[in-house]
Design a binder for this molecule. Sequence first.
Ligand SMILES: [Zn+2]
Ligand SMILES: [Zn+2]
Length: 281
Amino acid sequence: MVTAKTESNFYVRFWGVRGSIPCAGPEIQKYGGNTSCLEVRCGKRLLIFDGGSGIRYLGNELMKSNPIEADIFLTHGHMDHVCGFPFFKPFYCAASRFHMHSATLSCCGRTTKNALEDLMKTPLLPIDVEIFEAKVDFRDFNCGATTDLGDGIKVATTELNHPNGATGYRIEFGGKSICYITDTEHDPEQMDKNILGLIKDADIFIYDSMYTDEEYPDFVGFGHSTWQEGVRLADAAGVKKFVAFHHDPDHDDAFMDNVASALEAKRPGSVVAHQGMILRP
Ligand SMILES: [Zn+2]
Ligand SMILES: [Zn+2]
């Protein structure tokens, strides 16, 4: 949390960094087992990206300062990005307000709200979306749109290459930028122009680094990328800090330590995301 007056009031905190499925155990304790969830603070405003299992812990922290108002942005409706929502306690507080932003997915014309409704349906869960006591409004947009949230905050988007579609984000505040690009597969022949455009000169670039280039041939078509492709994109777009994210649940701490060393050697200052990490642009 921001304590010293000299610290920037724009930062990202990682509540979940794992891909595909939450996992637990001593072998993944260092980097963490919760799935995608980021808390982004822009001055007094709170933005949340994705509702993977990490959002439950963010919710517990937020309960200390209820009521809450926040804008929630969803990359897509896959389970690892929405499974925490039913367990996000602030949704059950009548005084809280949430604005849920998600793109209509090009695959099926459905939104993540639809995915959330499907998730909270008998017999998957004994409760449905209507049970939320907080005021939750759903704001659908078309991928590629930029949302002006007021207070000097702009959120730009682009479409990613992922089964069923996904949205990449760039948050601008106070002349700085954080990009959140997860669940996307690269083309080894050419860099993704949508992503290059969105992350140009970004201060922080968080990227789907599920695999290594060496592993990738076994996972073509799975919808994910590699940390090495992230470095190539970061270099080409003039990004300041690269962050590897959405770790494979089978990659234990020892494996991720090796990735961190290789990353530091290749692009000094880059980091592997871990649960609880805070980065300031
Ligand atoms: Zn995912
Ligand atoms: Zn996905």
